[in-house]
Design a protein around this ligand. Structure first.
Ligand SMILES: Nc1ccn([C@H]2C[C@H](O)[C@@H](COP(=O)(O)O)O2)c(=O)n1
Length: 185
């Protein structure tokens, strides 16, 4: 940070004849929009009770305002302590899959704007076909994702097919910085 010396009487009335003033330039190293929005998605994922995969989503409008966030979780009124969280069971009804609301769905239903047309969505995991349908119908134009770990599953292949047909772009997130630390100290 550069400082310059200014001579004259301090307007602060401190009697100083010479004072220093921080140069009027913007701070360097600030968090840029893409890293900020994906960080919100990553942080939001930390709310998930899913023991295996925590997902976060953050919907952003063209003015860079966040209009919805969500994470994967059980529907309202369905206790996290009662619902199953397992991936496999002898009966599929005893797994999490028929019940859990995906992060993207929750980001849509939590939205604080009339609509999300022209928005982009930051997600920590590539959307499935059901979320892709929601994304398309809501008018989202861009998907930015971190993990594509389910790329070989038909849910994700179908999602990509739907995005390709509808002109929705999907881009793997490239962070400017490797790590962001939240320090409460
Ligand atoms: N785009 C996605 C994909 C998955 N989820 C949720 C649904 C489950 O809670 C979890 C996936 O569990 P896994 O099969 O990896 O054990 O992630 C989502 O919210 N959004």
């Amino acid at each position: 940070m550069s400082e310059k010396q200014i001579s004259g009487t301090s307007p602060a009335g401190d009697g100083g004849r010479v004072r220093s003033e921080t140069a009027c330039q913007k701070r360097e190293g600030y968090l840029e929009w893409p890293d900020y929005f994906m960080a919100v998605a990553v942080l939001t994922a930390q709310r998930s009770k899913d023991p295996n995969t925590q997902v976060g989503a953050c919907i952003v409008n063209p003015e860079n305002k966040i209009v919805g966030i969500g994470y994967n979780g059980m529907p309202i009124g369905c206790s996290d302590d009662v619902m199953p969280w397992g991936k496999t069971a002898s009966n599929e009804l005893d797994t999490k899959y028929p019940y859990v609301c995906h992060a993207e769905l929750n980001a849509f239903v939590n939205k604080n704007s009339a609509d999300v047309k022209g928005c982009r969505i930051y997600v920590t995991l590539f959307p499935c076909n059901e979320c892709a349908k929601l994304i398309i119908q809501a008018g989202i134009k861009e998907v930015i994702f971190v993990s594509d770990k389910n790329h070989d599953k038909s849910e994700v292949k179908a999602a990509k097919r739907l995005f390709d047909l509808t002109g929705i772009t999907y881009t793997r997130f490239t962070p400017k910085r490797r790590q962001l630390v939240v320090d409460f100290d």
